[in-house]
Design a protein around this ligand. Structure first.
Ligand SMILES: Cc1ncc(COP(=O)(O)O)c(C=O)c1O
Length: 409
């Protein structure tokens, strides 16, 4: 409740009511109305502060309004923001060159949202299959993992096994084969002469931060090489320093043929996504075969360049590794207080809680009341993924709140 001109107003309730009336109900947000944010902190319309332990699903890896990223955006707003790909801009080439270099690849296909990067990766793999591998037209298949999450388009939900994401949205796109995540033998069995790609999240995010067995990604890499299949790593949530390395694949020394990037590539400012691969793969696209009006626009490119510059410094990868070890140690120590399992790497943790303490959503609500914002994934799993600028003291404070919430469950 806030007093304005002597009158009591409930800014939170009014904002939520407006949202609920005019915004499609495709989300179920916590009752927190952000008004401003800086670093790891979000301030709501009533002036309450919350420690953000979600970081917009890893889109805000470098903190809210990182000064170098916002400076790059401000400067670009004063020059040129959009020309479409009908013309060149002086920002796109430098961005793609820097991003390709960081990925150890030769070319970049710039898009906007994560789902668009995934769609584009699928199209590139199919085109590569037809033009380069010689798979007959319309015969290509792509091996994917069960419990994947790659976005929300009709093609992407076609190979999801989340019924909420699929129900009522058919007919679906054919050409996908799902195998259990982490099972390299099943990947081997699924590959045939018409397989063009294996598409995986190296660590499954929405499924609950599921880390595969150590031999999984190296074996998938070998299978893909042996069978002339593209290994596509969806690093949209796991990548760009989230796990303590630039890419989650780095933990296993695996280099995929194609990186799909998004979320943090836009610095929490604008949607920026990309498909990054060598010339023999991205070179299959010719004018008119794929595109996006906003993909690679000068504002996005300026922001993306700032993000790549930040990542090249290595500071955030190191922070995530060091502070992530602390976060995991603190969470693991809660095993006698209702924490059943802790998974993840770096500042990314999936935490299963004892169902007797409430659902993930109920625990998230209680944490929000104590000033900590997290998001439940499935049922009884919470995800801790704070911006990588979080300090050790802030982690400790969040853990103290979590202990209180578990104790009062
Ligand atoms: C691994 C992965 N891929 C793709 C996406 C889709 O990204 P967007 O919501 O930007 O379309 C997400 C979003 O959570 C994701 O986690």
């Amino acid at each position: 409740m806030t007093i304005l001109d002597g009158v009591e107003v409930n800014l939170t309730r009014d904002a939520i009511s407006l949202d609920e009336t005019y915004t499609a109900h495709n989300y179920s947000p916590l009752p927190v109305v952000a008004a401003s944010a800086e670093g790891v902190w979000i301030t709501d319309v009533e002036g309450r502060r919350y420690l953000d332990c979600l970081a917009a699903y890893s889109a805000v890896n470098f903190g809210h309004r990182h000064p170098e990223i916002t400076a790059a955006a401000h400067a670009q707003l004063d020059t040129v923001t959009l020309v479409s790909r009908a013309f060149h801009s002086d920002r796109l080439g430098p961005f793609c060159a820097a991003l390709a270099r960081m990925c150890g690849k030769e070319m970049v296909l710039p898009m906007n949202t994560g789902a668009e990067a995934v769609e584009s990766g699928i199209k590139v793999a199919r085109k590569w299959g037809t033009d380069v591998k010689g798979v007959p037209a319309n015969e290509a298949n792509i091996v994917v993992a069960r419990n994947n999450f790659h976005g929300r388009t009709t093609t992407i939900v076609s190979f999801s096994d989340d019924e909420a994401a699929r129900g009522g949205f058919g007919p679906f796109t054919p050409g996908f084969r799902a195998v259990p995540f982490g099972d390299a033998d099943a990947v081997a069995d699924a590959i045939d002469e018409h397989t063009v790609a294996v598409l995986l999240e190296p660590i499954q995010g929405e499924a609950g931060i599921i880390v595969p067995p150590d031999d999984f990604l190296p074996r998938v890499r070998t299978l893909c090489t042996e069978h002339r299949v593209l290994m596509i790593a969806d690093e949209i949530q796991s990548g760009l320093a989230r796990t303590g390395r630039t890419f989650a694949c780095d933990h296993w020394g695996v280099v995929p043929d194609v990186y799909l990037l998004g979320k943090a590539l836009g610095g929490g400012v604008v949607p920026v996504s990309a498909v990054v691969a060598d010339r023999d793969i991205l070179g299959v696209l010719h004018p008119g075969e794929h595109g996006s009006t906003f993909g690679g626009n000068p504002l996005a490119a300026a922001v993306g360049s700032a993000v790549v510059g930040i990542l090249e410094g290595g500071e955030y990868q190191a922070r995530s590794a060091d502070l992530g070890a602390h976060l995991h140690a603190r969470l693991t120590a809660l095993s006698d207080r209702g924490v059943l399992a802790v998974r993840g790497k770096g500042l990314w943790a999936g935490v299963d809680i004892d169902p007797r303490l409430g659902t993930g959503k109920q625990v998230s609500l209680r944490l929000a009341e104590r000033g900590v914002l997290v998001k439940d994934t499935h049922g009884h799993t919470l995800r801790f993924a704070p911006p990588l600028v979080i300090t050790r003291d802030e982690i400790d404070w969040a853990m103290d709140q979590f202990i209180e919430v578990l104790a009062t469950g």
